[in-house]
Design a protein around this ligand. Structure first.
Ligand code: COS
Length: 378
């Protein structure tokens, strides 16, 4: 059983305790799912998380605010049980994040579907020539009678291929660079939108390249104001970066659980592996990194929930530290498992593959360092 003492920290309210307990019970009964067909697995996870009511926390309905602590608690818990379940939950939130924060009442109708499991969403920001450098976005949105026509390519789009709706970022050209982008709500069945190819990664999940070929979107598809797409994307990432840290935390907690079980069961020279001080040193470092990560993650979430306008620095610190620390914790767990640590199909081998992308997506560790340094120097 994972350490739950962090729930007694002052960041949480009674409703968070109830949520964590209910989700833990649900996760024990339903996870892990079969990952054989990831598209099917994710569709099933969205349906089931929706039916159980947990997806409601992935977005903010009319008059509501996203509760970042709930997002983090859910991601942490799901990741501890099954990384694909965390993925499915997280993408409903990130995909519709711009609508939660800035959507019109009509756009929010999509949210009602993604928050109940009736639709799957994607966040279409990254391009072949614009990953970390969002200001270099090349997909064009041409102003036409009644709306916009979008052309370009998006890549590494999670849920690409199974999503029913995307939030897509494109250049509307109000100014050069970051100040000339806008965000649009784009249903997946729009003529001109195609899946150019699927992308296989070391921890499989639905991931694709999208091609936009003169896709018409009405004026009402615009989220926020023209030219404010970059800031809007950054505001969404500010909310969701701590949740990536939370997912990393869940993976790390699971690695520590596995390492504790292994080192207490495995005998060496007539005593449990855990009796060796060298092993205890690893376990202590793992626990320390987990608590430090949790403090940063829930500090960022709590700060946003208290009404902070921006948590850019807190979010960057939480994501950077929690994902890097989780990589180290999981690597130590693999080491403590000996040969079984690298055996395909062992839990720690799976965690070793699951964690890697979190240090890259939604702003690579290097980008988070840039963000933190800029906040210090500004
Ligand atoms: N919230 C609100 N506004 C923000 C912001 C934030 N978090 N970050 C930047 N801005 C504003 C800036 O204040 C600036 O506006 P003003 O000129 O009016 O002050 C504008 O946006 C441009 O900001 P900046 O000059 O810092 O932009 P850069 O092009 O230098 O980009 C980084 C900064 C690298 C930090 C940004 O592009 C980034 O986060 N990249 C990673 C992207 C990412 O996470 N990709 C993954 C996609 S999802 S898998």
């Amino acid at each position: 059983m994972s350490d739950r003492s962090f729930l007694d920290w002052p960041f949480f309210e009674a409703r968070h305790h109830e949520l964590a307990a209910a989700l833990e019970e649900w996760a024990r009964a339903h996870l892990p799912v079969d990952h054989g067909d990831v598209d099917q697995a994710c569709r099933g996870l969205v349906r089931d998380l929706g039916a159980a009511g947990f997806l409601r926390h992935s977005g903010a309905g009319e008059g509501e605010r996203l509760d970042v602590r709930s997002l983090c608690l859910i991601r942490e818990t799901l990741a501890r049980h099954d990384a694909l379940a965390d993925f499915s939950f997280a993408m409903q939130g990130l995909g519709m994040g711009a609508v939660s924060l800035f959507g019109t009442p009509a756009q929010r109708e999509w949210l009602e579907r993604t928050r109940t499991g009736g639709a799957i969403s994607g966040f279409a920001l990254t391009e072949p020539g614009a990953g970390s450098d969002v200001a270099n976005t090349a997909t064009l949105a041409r102003r036409v009678e009644g709306g916009y026509r979008l052309s370009g390519e998006k890549t590494y789009i999670s849920n690409g291929g199974i999503a029913d709706v995307y939030v897509v970022f494109a250049r509307t050209g109000e100014a050069a660079g970051a100040k000339g982008l806008s965000a649009f709500l784009m249903p997946a069945d729009k003529p001109g939108l195609t899946i150019a190819g699927r992308i296989e990664v070391i921890a499989p999940h639905p991931l694709a390249q999208l091609r936009l070929d003169d896709v018409f979107l009405p004026e009402s598809a615009l989220i926020g104001k023209p030219g404010e797409g970059f800031k809007l994307a950054m505001s969404v990432l500010d909310v969701f970066r701590p949740t990536v840290g939370a997912a990393a935390l869940g993976l790390a907690r699971r690695a520590l659980d596995e390492a504790l079980a292994r080192t207490q069961a495995r005998q060496i020279q007539g005593a449990p592996l855990a009796s060796l001080q060298m092993v205890q040193g690893h376990l202590a470092d793992m626990a320390l990194k987990i608590d430090a990560a949790a403090l940063l993650v829930y500090r960022a979430a709590w700060t946003k929930d208290q009404g902070a306008a921006r948590i850019t620095r807190e979010a960057a610190m939480a994501k950077l530290y929690a994902t890097e620390a989780a990589q180290q914790v999981i690597d130590a767990a693999v080491q403590l498992h000996g040969g079984d640590g690298v055996r395909v199909g062992s839990k720690v081998e799976e965690l070793y593959r699951d964690i890697r992308a979190l240090r890259i997506y939604e702003g690579a560790s290097d980008v988070q360092r840039v963000v933190i340094a800029r906040s210090l120097l500004s």
